[in-house]
Design a protein around this ligand. Structure first.
Ligand SMILES: *Cc1c(COP(=O)(O)O)cnc(C)c1O
Length: 393
C-alpha cells in the first residue's frame, strides 16, 4: 500500500494500552473515563482504540468530528465545546450529551430536542477559577434546577474544566466545591446527580495521589491517553507509552554546509530575525515537511544524535552530523510527536497521511469537504427512541 509522505503513524495497540491504563487508574477511585478525540480530528480508529481500552464514551469538541464518528456507528457521544446556538438542531441530532453554561442555549437545545423527538443530556459547567467556560458556583444550583425543568433536556449533572485557560490546578478544594454543588442540587430537587465530571488530564495527578474528593465520578481525558502523561507538570503516567504517534518525512537534501548563514540578515519566512552560532561545517538534512504539516517545536528526532535546527512552511532542517545513521537523500527520518500542539496540527493537516500501524490503510483527512446537511426531518416522526438513531452523513 502506497502511503505518501509525510505520514503520521498511529500505533493503535499502544493507544488502547494507554486508555486501559488510565481507565484502570480512574476506576480504582470510582471514576469513569470519557475518551477525548479532538486532538486527532475525531479519528474513528482512535475512538475505537480508546473504546477497546475501556473508556465509557467518546467525546469531541466539534460537530464535524462527532458526525463522522456517529455515522460510523460510535455512540453515545458527548460534545465538549459549548454548543453554538446557531447549530442546536445538529447538536441534538449528532450528540447525545453536551456541556453547557448558557441558559438560553440550554432552552434552545431543549426546544430542538423536543421538536425532533429526542432527549438531550446536559451537563452544567461550573467555573472553579480557570475562567474558561462555566457558570459561577453560586449560580449553579439555580441554573441546574431550571435546566432540569426544561422539556427535551435530561439534566445529568455538573462538570468543570481546569488548567486550560487560567492554568488553575485541580485540587481537593476546588473539586470539592463541585461535589458540594451536586449535593445541594440533590437536596433541593430530590433528584440524584448522575454525573460529576471533574476535569481533564490535569486531574490525573490527583487520581494518582488518591486525592480526588468522593463524589467526582467522571473525567474527560485526551492527552493523558494519547501522549501518556498528565498535564500539570507533563510527567509520564507510569507504564504508559510515550510513542503512540510519530511523524515520518523524506530527506530531499543532505549536504555539508557552514552553520552560519552568509550575507545580510533580515527577517526569516515567519517574520523573526534568526540567530545562529558558528559550529563550523555541519551535515544538514532537509526533510520534506514543515509548518504546513506540523508545529515543529513539538517534534523530537527518534535518532538522539539528530538536532532540529528549524523549519519553514515546507522544509525541516536537521543537523545530522552526530546522527547514529546519517540519512541519504530519499530515505525516511522518523520524528516523535511529543506535544499536544504538534499532534493536533499533524492530525488536522490535510498534507499528512494518517497511517494506522497494523492496518493496511493510509488516508488523507479531507478537511475541505464540508459537513453534510443534517436531515433533521428524518428524525421528526420517530418518537423518543430516535435519540439513539444514527446520524447519517
Ligand atoms: C479538550 C477538553 C478535554 C480533554 O483535555 P485533555 O487535556 O486532552 O485531557 C476535556 N474537557 C473539555 C471541556 C475539553 O475541551
Amino acid at each position: 500500500m502506497y502511503h505518501p509522505l509525510p505520514r503520521i503513524e498511529i500505533d493503535l495497540a499502544k493507544l488502547t494500552a494507554n486508555a486501559r491504563l488510565v481507565v484502570d487508574m480512574c476506576r480504582a477511585c470510582g471514576i469513569s473515563v470519557l475518551g477525548v478525540t479532538k486532538a486527532c480530528a475525531g479519528s474513528l480508529q482512535v475512538a475505537q482504540a480508546m473504546l477497546a481500552g475501556g473508556v465509557e464514551m467518546v467525546a469531541d469538541s466539534r460537530l464535524e468530528n462527532l458526525a463522522r464518528l456517529r455515522s460510523s456507528g460510535i455512540s453515545p457521544l458527548l460534545q465538549l465545546r459549548l454548543p453554538m446556538i446557531s447549530r442546536v438542531d445538529e447538536c441534538v441530532t449528532i450528540a447525545d450529551i453536551s456541556l453547557n453554561s448558557e441558559p438560553t442555549v440550554i432552552a434552545a437545545l431543549g426546544e430542538a430536542a423536543h421538536r425532533l423527538g429526542r432527549a438531550h443530556g446536559v451537563v452544567l459547567m461550573v467555573d472553579l477559577g480557570d475562567r474558561r467556560e462555566g457558570v459561577a458556583p453560586d449560580d449553579a444550583v439555580e441554573l441546574a434546577l431550571q435546566a432540569a425543568e426544561t422539556r427535551g433536556i435530561e439534566f445529568l449533572g455538573f462538570g468543570t474544566n481546569l488548567t486550560c485557560f487560567g492554568g488553575i490546578i485541580p485540587t481537593r478544594r476546588n473539586l470539592g466545591q463541585l461535589v458540594e454543588i451536586a449535593e445541594r442540587f440533590r437536596a433541593r430537587s430530590g433528584h440524584p446527580v448522575q454525573v460529576v465530571s471533574g476535569g481533564n488530564s490535569s486531574s490525573l495527578p490527583l487520581v494518582m495521589e488518591g486525592e480526588v474528593p468522593a463524589g467526582v465520578n467522571q473525567l474527560r481525558v485526551g492527552e493523558g491517553i494519547l501522549l501518556g502523561r498528565e498535564t500539570i507538570g507533563r510527567s509520564v503516567l507510569p507504564g504508559a507509552y510515550q510513542d503512540v504517534f510519530s511523524l515520518v518525512g523524506e530527506v530531499i537534501e543532505c549536504l555539508e554546509k557552514p552553520s552560519l548563514p552568509c550575507g545580510e540578515v533580515g527577517e526569516d519566512a515567519f517574520g523573526c530575525v534568526p540567530e545562529f552560532s558558528d559550529r563550523g561545517h555541519r551535515w544538514r538534512a532537509i526533510v520534506a515537511l514543515g509548518r504546513q504539516d506540523v508545529l515543529v517545536e513539538g517534534l523530537e528526532p527518534a535518532d538522539p544524535g539528530m538536532e532540529i535546527l528549524g523549519a519553514s512552511s515546507d522544509h525541516l532542517i536537521i543537523d545530522v552530523t552526530e546522527a547514529e545513521q546519517r540519512p541519504h537523500v530519499g530515505e525516511e527520518v522518523r520524528l516523535r510527536i511529543v506535544d499536544y500542539a504538534a499532534l493536533l496540527t499533524a492530525m488536522t493537516s490535510p498534507y499528512v497521511t494518517k497511517c494506522y500501524v497494523g492496518e493496511e490503510t493510509g488516508y488523507r483527512l479531507d478537511l475541505w469537504s464540508r459537513l453534510p446537511e443534517v436531515s433533521v426531518f428524518e428524525h421528526r416522526d420517530r418518537g423518543p427512541d430516535a435519540a439513539s438513531a444514527d446520524y447519517r452523513a
